[in-house]
Design a protein around this ligand. Structure first.
Ligand code: XIL
Length: 381
């Protein structure tokens, strides 16, 4: 009997040691935390990250270690945008997106497609004929369809959900006067969702934008959702990008998430980051990537490191946001951070190139910031 017990104990110990050996090394990022971020939130929502080309190619081992351990969903930061996929008409370049998709598959992470129809990072040929004149509605619709079928079709068995249309609304809830809108008309959004549904029937279909916590903007989006629903066109979720400043709009966001839930759609936080720096144009806070200000020292105070008080504000901002997300967990599918570490966040260069910002969960030494363990604890309460 005693012998049996000893041998049972021994085999348990061996199995336990073996299973630990197979786990990635937590100490590199989180000390002795028993759970990673995505493990801690697994019963609430997915925890995603944007992934860049270097990381997808395995050329940034420290970021990849963090991705492997902490995130269970990936969104290509740039590799699936129109300018990368179809830089010239009918010239498709899938090398980077294939590499990224292969990494997602190998590491068993959800893959989110970003973005099919957008006015940015889309080459000008899309809207023009050979002589540089704007094309007509039918030609642009045909190009939209070809593009969506090519990329959404290619990954139709892997991509979990697509940002089908990105940033179509103005801050007041009216439609942005993009070339898509000017040339095709208001129904370009419907067409994009129809084509995406045909090309990738199993993928979830999302509308994605920034500043959707603003009531007027969200109301414009909700009216569009209702129009699509009335016409029987499938749309499954709304993504709030969530490129915030140090005081995120908690109360407004709370109301806006409820508005999405009331339509029956799910909500996603798709590009979360929290800049600790002053925004150079307070009236235009958001994520308009065409904004660009010359480097001004007065707006770059933390070149040599973030101050203790800003770090504390950052911790509070993240904690308040995740508390809110948890209260809406039945409506929220996924929270995605827009990058792995402060080393490669786009916010070092937007809206002012050359700043040192600190918007993410992992610092420039690829260590989890101290409040990450508080987020993990929060998930388990
Ligand atoms: C950004 C990327 O992070 C940058 O690398 C790129 O230079 C510009 O675009 N809204 C979006 C994202 O939907 O695709 C943008 O990503 C940030 C704003």
């Amino acid at each position: 009997m005693k012998l049996l017990l000893i041998s049972a104990l021994l085999s348990f110990t061996l199995a336990f040691t073996a299973s630990c050996a197979n786990k990635p090394d937590r100490d590199t990022t989180l000390g002795h935390q028993p759970l990673s971020l995505s493990e801690a939130f697994s019963s609430h929502f997915a925890i995603g990250s944007a992934i860049n080309t270097q990381q997808a190619n395995g050329l940034d081992a420290q970021s990849v270690a963090i991705l492997n351990l902490h995130f269970n969903s990936l969104t290509p930061e740039n590799d699936m945008k129109w300018e990368r996929i179809q830089p010239q008409e009918n010239v498709f370049t899938f090398e980077a997106s294939d590499t990224l998709a292969a990494y997602a598959k190998k590491s068993q992470k959800d893959l989110i497609g970003h973005a099919l129809v957008w006015h940015q990072q889309t080459p000008s040929w899309v809207f023009e004929d050979a002589s540089g004149e704007l094309v007509g509605r039918e030609r642009l619709l045909a190009r939209m369809k070809t593009h969506i079928f090519a990329i959404a079709g290619r990954y139709k068995n892997q991509i979990k959900g697509w940002d089908v249309v990105n940033e179509a609304f103005n801050e007041d809830g009216s439609l942005r006067e993009s070339k898509w809108y000017q040339i095709i008309g208001k129904d370009y959004i419907e067409k994009a969702f129809e084509y995406a549904h045909q090309a990738a029937p199993k993928a979830k279909l999302y509308y994605n934008d920034y500043n959707l916590f603003k009531a007027a903007k969200m109301d414009g989006v909700i009216a569009m959702v209702k129009r699509l629903q009335a016409k029987g066109i499938r749309i499954d979720g709304i993504g709030e990008q969530a490129h915030y400043g140090i005081e995120p709009p908690i109360e407004e966001l709370d109301i806006s998430i409820q508005k999405v839930a009331d339509t029956g759609l799910t909500m996603m936080i798709t590009e979360l980051d929290i800049s600790v720096l002053k925004f150079p144009d307070e009236d235009n806070m958001g994520a308009d990537i065409s904004l660009s200000f010359a480097l001004d020292k007065a707006y770059n105070p933390y070149k040599k490191g973030i101050s203790a008080s800003s770090q504390e504000k950052l911790a509070n901002a993240y904690l308040s946001l995740f508390k809110l997300f948890l209260t809406h967990q039945q409506h929220i599918d996924r929270v995605t951070l827009w990058g792995v570490s402060d080393n490669d966040t786009w916010r070092n260069d937007w809206p002012m190139a050359g700043r040192s910002d600190y918007p993410l969960l992992f610092n420039r030494k690829y260590k989890a910031k101290s409040f990450v363990s508080d987020l993990i604890a929060l998930a388990q309460q």
